[in-house]
Design a protein around this ligand. Structure first.
Ligand SMILES: *Cc1c(COP(=O)(O)O)cnc(C)c1O
Length: 397
């Protein structure tokens, strides 16, 4: 093993079960390790590198901004931050944007904004947030408390009080959970880490109706599936149901850390001066990168192309299910996020693909997740599916 891996094993906290490789360079859908070996990347830094590795427009924007101004704090305005806010608002339901540095922070901001909105309108005591089982919203204490997977809670309880979980796709469970103390509902339009489970438009429509009826803040966590991943700029746009707040991160900075909370004025106005803050949030370099990412996603035909590629990947995965019905139990996804539900641990398949220098990542125990760059080539999709077929064939025989 190389020196980078060895040193990491000694000095870096063991929170990740890492693949034994250190990458030194990336371009498009490809990564190269210390020894110069090439890998095909269908993880994209966990849905971060939507435009592939080191996209020229993003690298140039970063270089240009880095030469001018690295940081000012939010005591002052900068052009990149105001421009990104304008682009996000002009292309979504939102009126205002609050900038942070990661997904968990965007969720924390949504948590606080929803509670504060209710507090200003109804006074104290109306603070409960309803989240879904199988959801993932991040690892900080507020986001972890919303996350509906017990394995992530182990050893960290007590969680933040005032969170209830209900099963997805179950409207009567949600109706029952809503009480006089409820202020918000949070969900991922497609549950990502929880196993790539898209929520149905029927269910989301009912959730929206219930939120309107009880004046609950509806929060969509689009940290993984927003920003072109589903073939729409935002996943909700493909469903025709609008949230009141929406969280973004991952792909927003094209590889730099940045997150955002988007919202309607009615709700965002709860975040008055002094109520919430972030020193780095909306950093000019991260925002220069985000501007380049957004302009690319909004360019002519970009999202149409994502839908076409997604259809090809979906069709190929469906074929795998037909060819290996005992091994592939389900195929779920939209656009360019897909999950293959297997009858055996997904880590095994990910490891076999890794040996073939193809990067994939499990989503839960038995779902293998595909998150290629949105710029992936058709032949790269074919190459990955062919490799999966080969591995399944070896296993099946
Ligand atoms: C990744 C993710 C988060 C957490 O983002 P971090 O940047 O890791 O804090 C939250 N919600 C969803 C849906 C995610 O996929």
């Amino acid at each position: 093993m190389g020196i980078i891996v060895d040193r990491g094993e000694i000095y870096v906290a063991r929170t990740y079960q890492r693949f034994p490789v250190a990458f030194v360079r990336g371009q498009g859908s490809r990564l190269w390790d210390e020894e110069g070996r090439e890998y095909l990347d269908f993880v994209s830094g966990i849905a971060v590198c939507a435009l592939g590795h080191c996209p020229e427009v993003v690298v140039e924007a970063i270089k240009d901004q880095a030469q001018r101004l690295l940081h000012t704090s939010n005591l002052y305005w900068t052009a990149p931050q105001t421009e990104v806010a304008q682009i996000l608002c002009e292309n979504s339901f939102a009126d205002r944007v609050f900038f942070v540095n990661s997904g968990a922070e965007a969720v924390e901001a949504a948590f606080k904004c929803a509670r504060r909105y209710s507090y200003q309108k109804y006074g104290p005591g109306r603070h409960e947030i309803i989240a879904l089982w199988h959801s993932f919203h991040g690892r900080t204490m507020g986001a972890l408390s919303l996350t509906g997977q017990r394995k992530y809670w182990e050893g960290f309880e007590p969680l933040v009080p005032g969170v209830k979980h209900v099963p997805p796709e179950d409207i009567s469970a949600l109706t029952e959970a809503i009480g006089p103390a409820t202020c918000a509902v949070i969900l991922e339009p497609i549950q990502g880490e929880g196993g790539v489970r898209p929520l149905s438009a029927d269910y989301l429509l009912e959730v929206r109706r219930l939120c309107d009826e009880h004046d609950l803040v509806l929060i969509f966590d689009e940290i993984q599936v927003g920003l072109g991943r589903t073939g729409h700029l935002f996943a909700y746009q493909g469903l025709g149901i609008e949230p009141d707040l929406l969280t973004l991160a991952k792909a927003l900075g094209g590889g730099l850390p940045i997150g955002a909370l988007l919202g309607r004025e009615r709700v965002m106005s709860a975040l008055v001066p002094g109520s919430h803050a972030s020193t780095f949030g909306g950093n000019p370099v991260a925002c220069a990168a985000a501007k380049a990412v957004l302009e690319t996603l909004l360019g002519p035909d970009f999202l149409d192309e994502v839908r076409l590629k997604g259809a090809q990947l979906a069709k190929a995965l469906e074929r795998l299910r037909r060819d290996f019905p005992e091994l592939v139990l389900d195929v779920r996804g939209r656009g360019l996020i897909w999950g293959l539900e297997l009858s055996f641990p997904a880590k095994e398949l990910a490891d076999r693909l890794f040996e073939r220098r193809i990067l994939t990542v499990p989503a839960g125990e038995k779902v293998l997740r595909f998150l290629p760059p949105l710029t992936v080539a058709y032949r790269e999709i074919d190459a990955v599916v062919a490799a999966v077929k080969e591995v399944l064939g070896e296993r099946g025989s």
